[in-house]
Design a protein around this ligand. Structure first.
Ligand SMILES: O=C(CO)[C@@H](O)[C@@H](O)COP(=O)(O)O
Length: 237
């Protein structure tokens, strides 16, 4: 089998995304967002119609840049590249669909984080009742449709739900959260923050009625957080 040739810039970009995606899977376990081999992270390769995703069902302890899987935007594994001997993630078609239809997206993450999955099991969006949600998601975290795993269904549900929506997270009904970002790290951050919001709002609602935040306040909080919070060189600026 021949190894495909990429120019120097694309080759360097592929290596960087492989390293980032492999390392970022460790953030899912660090924040308790997955058990066993559940969940996955992918990253678009800048300057190429390619993305990198984890191999299916491989222990997080064994993930490394060289066993990440390089795919085209149709979700086809690029044969002859490192890792291509394994099957890609179960959700490869979903990630690929998002990359094809949302060109601004550079990273996609899926987890089975407990509280977000509980909201997904009820098919209930998470209301925006804490400033942390206004900051990070600019409003409620929406529910996406029930979708079968393995074809374009999940990806179509993500794109239909998040296109034109401020949220970078969607709770796919009966399944769990998928998040998007300008890069893989940004999508992982959204996965961490959606679980934090799901947990806080769950406990708040258990204890009593939720106090809504006026829309103009949500808008102001979101604008500040997206444009002022952090450092000027942050990826989302
Ligand atoms: O949710 C599902 C399957 O139901 C998958 O995302 C999860 O099991 C992770 O699968 P992969 O190891 O990425 O193939």
């Amino acid at each position: 089998m021949t190894t495909p040739e990429f120019d120097a810039d694309v080759t360097a970009a592929i290596e960087q995304v492989r390293a980032d995606v492999a390392r970022l899977h460790g953030e899912l376990t660090r924040y308790g967002l997955v058990v066993w081999t559940g969940g996955n992270v992918s990253g678009r390769v800048p300057g190429a119609d390619l993305f990198v995703i984890k191999p299916s069902g491989v222990s997080y302890d064994d993930l490394a840049p060289e066993n990440m899987i390089l795919c085209d935007l149709d979700g086809n594994v690029i044969q002859g590249t490192p890792g291509s001997e394994r099957n890609p993630s179960s959700d490869t078609a979903a990630h690929a669909y998002v990359y094809r239809h949302m060109p601004e997206v550079g990273g996609v993450v899926h987890t089975h984080s407990t509280f977000a999955v509980a909201w997904a099991a009820r098919g209930e969006e998470i209301p925006c009742v804490i400033t942390g949600m206004a900051d990070e998601f600019g409003g409620p975290i929406p529910i996406g449709p029930f979708a079968i795993i393995g074809d374009d269904s999940i990806g179509r549900g993500i794109v239909e739900t998040l296109t034109g929506h401020r949220s970078r997270a969607v709770l796919m009904q009966n399944h769990g959260p998928f998040t998007i970002g300008v890069n893989a790290k940004d999508a992982v951050k959204a996965a961490v923050m959606v679980e934090d919001a799901a947990r806080s709002v769950h406990y708040a609602r258990e204890a009593g009625p939720l106090i809504p935040i006026p829309q103009e306040r949500i808008d102001a909080l979101y604008a500040r957080y997206q444009n002022v919070y952090g450092q000027g060189g942050d990826a989302r600026r």
